[in-house]
Each structure stands twice: as C-alpha cells, then as structure tokens.
Design a protein around this ligand. Structure first.
Ligand code: 5GP
Length: 190
C-alpha cells in the first residue's frame, strides 16, 4: 500500500536488532486517517469472507484490528499477554516468544469470545518470525473456529514468518513488505 510505504520511509526509524520504530503513526501515536485507509485496503482483499471476529495481540495490534473490524461490522478481540484480575472463566492459551521484548509470554483469550461458529481474520501491526501469528492461529484451532486469513500492516520479509505461513497455505495479506532495512534505508518488496 503506497501511502503506508511512504509513511514508513518518512517517519519510520530503523533501530538495532532488526527493529523498525513506527511509534509516531502506528504503535504509540495513531494516524487515524492512515489506519482507516489501511483498513479499507484489508477489507477489499478479504471482503468475500464472512469475517465474524478480528483477532490480534495486545497492545500494538489493537488499533489496526479495531479499524478492520469496523469494516466487517464485527468485534475485535485481543489476546492478553498475562492473566489479569478482569479475566475470569476458561481461557485459550498459546506460548509466544516476543520479538521486541525478548520474553516468553502466554497469549490468553477468554473462551467466551471465540467459538466454533467464528470465522476469524488475524490482524497484527508487524510480522517478523511469526511467533505471534502462529500463537493466534493455535488459539483459533483450539476454539474450533475457522481461520480465513491474516492481515499485517508491516511484514519484515527478510525474517522467516510470513513466507513460512504462506508455504502452509495461509492467506497472508501484508500492506507493506520490507525486504531489506538498515541505517542506509528501507527496501520494499515489489
Ligand atoms: P513475530 O511474532 O512475528 O516474530 O513478531 C511480531 C510481533 O512483534 C508483533 O506483534 C509486533 O508487535 C512485534 N514486532 C516485531 N518486529 C517489530 C518491529 O520491527 N517493530 C515493532 N515496533 N514491533 C515489532
């Protein structure tokens, strides 16, 4: 998506450890016009799917997931990274190693928010090694729900997650795929 790529080039910062900082428009401050346009693009790709839930991970996937869910007139659900006092009842859980925090987490979704009746679109801000998306897919499987695809804002194509999922037949729709990034610049996949 050209507008997202332009924004990444203008406002993104390449940090050490293959991390792209996008705090000024996606992760910390939200450019709502940009996210709205991103949701339109995702909707155009998945519009024939009868999406009933958009599933993401707290915290940085939530804004993107909410804009997409609004297009499908459905709810967005986010997995929590720790049990909190406001989670009660049974939960679906999956292990996930966090790329940015370098910690092992459990992703947790209360069973009341996902069922075998759901057609689920996974959404996240980044796809790197695929840990987060794989954990969400495992939760969807445990719920007996149907996975209809994965929408990603920024895929780092030089890491293995996206291509491994495509090889398994998952419909991964990434709005910008970065094939190379370093202090000298960012190159997108054509
Ligand atoms: P994965 O699980 O695919 O290895 O990493 C994806 C998760 O890590 C996303 O949920 C995202 O929050 C975080 N992440 C991975 N790479 C980056 C990055 O370069 N920048 C930022 N801001 N977050 C990232």
């Amino acid at each position: 998506m050209e507008l997202l790529k332009e924004t990444i080039l203008k406002k993104g910062k390449v940090l050490s450890g293959d991390v792209l900082k996008v705090g000024s428009f996606l992760n910390n401050q939200i450019d709502v016009k940009l996210l709205s346009a991103m949701a339109d693009d995702v909707f155009a790709h998945f519009k024939d799917k009868k999406v009933t839930k958009v599933l993401t991970v707290e915290a940085s996937g939530i804004a993107f997931a909410c804009f997409i869910a609004e297009r499908f007139s459905c709810d967005a659900v986010f997995a929590k990274k720790s049990m909190t006092t406001n989670v009660d009842g049974e939960t679906f859980c999956a292990d996930c190693y966090s790329f940015t925090h370098k910690t092992a987490n459990k992703l947790i979704v209360p069973k009341e928010y996902l069922s075998e009746k759901d057609v689920v679109l996974v959404a996240d801000d980044f796809l790197a090694n695929g840990q987060a998306v794989n954990a969400l897919i495992s939760i969807i499987k445990d719920a007996g729900a149907e996975l209809c695809g994965v929408a990603i804002a920024i895929e780092k194509g030089f890491q293995c997650g996206g291509d491994a999922l495509r090889n398994r037949g998952v419909d991964i729709y990434s709005l910008a795929v970065i094939d190379e990034m370093n202090a000298g610049g960012i190159k997108f996949r054509a």
